[in-house]
Design a protein around this ligand. Structure first.
Ligand SMILES: [Zn+2]
Length: 483
């Protein structure tokens, strides 16, 4: 369903000007409803049990091949026919291919609203290649992106005697009304994407193929592609023409070798991409981690050039958690770190939860005492709605400091209780210019105080509207982010 924020805003005159800005995010309905083509899928064309060739994945095309492929059907030759030129009497058949991902995440069913199980999901905007095998030239019938709404190609008329190979790539074009691109890439040092045959030597028809996540080669490509594609399709924060290069590798800059977004990865690592995401082996098992890193990328890409500061080097692991890594949901951090990480958490929360329903659950992935009961919990599901001001509850409140947890809950309140769209929140983030923040804030200096920078960004976005500023301040105080 479409978010109804435009209508909501129209109903409130004081917010009327928001309606002109519209709502660029789309709350996608649960993916339980299959496309109509499932019913006619030919069982004999189902995905082979094992891999074709010596490895599930082969080295894909090089970087230069990626961007200039038309998103259209190639001109018909030989056994290809044009759309609308019927019919079976002429030995022609309809041909449509729909693609799904079958992910395998650990963090499903904890109270979130979308992807609550590892059911197959539409492969929105995935790039596929359909090649005619009964033609010695091996012509392409279709080499482009499927619909980001349906995961399907258009319906094509082709010769009923043609046979086809169908490949899927770890690449997608997503975001309604904008074109953003996802590339899941092999580990650092290679520019390759992954690809896989979905079917070989198949007859035309109305087909649905599923790309199943497989850990056999410790790759989990589908997990990364599915969650990242869904995230950027749904919450793209006003971005257009951006590429998200996601390396299936540990973060080289993280002392814990986890997952990260790095704004200058290209310069540091000699990659062909300016910035990059890195998803670790544990990260690719969790859709909240993947969305969190995408959230960093969306926030950073709103700034030009994409830039985010490093994690500030202060962390107090005595406030309700065990200090199992450099920063955690509940650790006491400089506001520069707390706000940046909290934004990425909020992003992930907004991807996997329905904004029309204030209830919100986040699948966290470290060991923390999130409920301050004195006992840390591994990978707890935490509410992004309930509670507020963890830092004070833990007895650690201090000016210039915050927690990721409190920032996540603050933004969720702004998003759902104040009804500010994600696109507008991304605008606020852009205005706050996080890449210019000092690691060590000075609460007495508005220019060196991340909270004041964000509040000022909000002020500019709402034109100083006193009602909305009042709401901002209420939630900032409630969640304790205003220190
Ligand atoms: Zn982060």
């Amino acid at each position: 369903m479409k978010r109804k924020c435009v209508g909501v805003f129209l109903g409130v005159l004081v917010l009327g000007y928001f309606s002109a800005l519209g709502c660029e995010e789309v709350d996608q309905a649960p993916e339980m409803a299959d496309t109509p083509w499932d019913a006619v899928t030919d069982e004999s064309d189902a995905e082979p049990d094992d891999f074709i060739g010596s490895s599930e994945f082969e080295v894909a095309l090089d970087e230069d091949d990626v961007l200039d492929v038309p998103d259209t059907i190639n001109a018909p030759t030989l056994e290809k026919m044009t759309v609308g030129e019927s019919q079976a009497a002429y030995g022609r058949a309809t041909f449509q291919v729909c693609v799904k991902y079958q992910p395998d995440y650990e963090d499903v069913g904890g109270g979130e609203d979308w992807w609550t199980s590892n059911a197959a999901q539409k492969a929105r905007g995935i790039r596929i290649r359909i090649t005619l095998t009964t033609n010695s030239l091996g012509d392409d019938l279709y080499y482009g992106y499927v619909s980001r709404d349906t995961g399907c190609t258009p319906t094509m008329w082709v010769s009923s005697t043609g046979r086809y190979n169908i490949r899927a790539y770890s690449q997608a074009k997503v975001s309604p009304t904008a074109d953003n691109f996802i590339y899941v890439r092999k580990p650092t040092g290679s520019y390759s994407r992954y690809w896989k045959y979905l079917a070989q030597n198949v007859s035309p028809g109305m087909k649905t193929y599923t790309w199943v996540n497989n850990s056999k080669y410790s790759e989990d490509v589908v997990n990364i592609a599915a969650a990242a594609g869904y995230s950027v399709n749904k919450r793209y924060g006003g971005l257009s023409g951006e590429s998200f290069h996601i390396y299936n590798a540990r973060c080289e800059f993280d002392p814990n070798q986890g997952s990260c977004y790095e704004d200058d990865a290209g310069a540091n690592l000699g990659l062909s991409t300016p910035d990059a995401l890195f998803i670790s082996p544990s990260g690719r098992e969790r859709k909240f981690i993947i969305a969190h890193e995408v959230g960093h990328a969306v926030g950073a890409k709103r700034e030009s050039p994409a830039a985010e500061p490093d994690i500030a080097s202060w962390s107090d692991p005595t406030c309700g958690e065990l200090g199992s890594s450099s920063h955690e949901l509940t650790s006491k951090e400089y506001q520069s770190t707390a706000a940046k990480e909290g934004f990425a958490h909020f992003y992930a929360a907004s991807v996997w939860n329905d904004s029309a329903d204030t209830r919100c659950w986040f699948g966290y992935y470290k060991r923390v005492d999130h409920d301050l009961d004195g006992t840390p919990t591994n990978n707890p599901w935490v509410s992004c709605e309930n509670g507020g001001d963890y830092l004070d509850d833990a007895g650690c409140a201090a000016d210039g400091f915050g927690t990721e947890y409190d920032w996540m809950r603050f933004w969720w309140d702004i998003f759902t209780d104040v009804d500010i769209s994600f696109g507008k929140i991304a605008d606020v983030w852009d205005r706050a210019n996080s890449h210019t923040w000092n690691d060590v804030p000075d609460p007495s200096d508005p220019n060196n105080n991340p909270y004041e920078r964000i509040r000022n960004g909000f002020y500019q976005e709402v034109g100083g509207d006193s009602y909305l500023m009042g709401r901002f301040d209420v939630y900032a105080n409630y969640n304790g982010v205003n220190r």
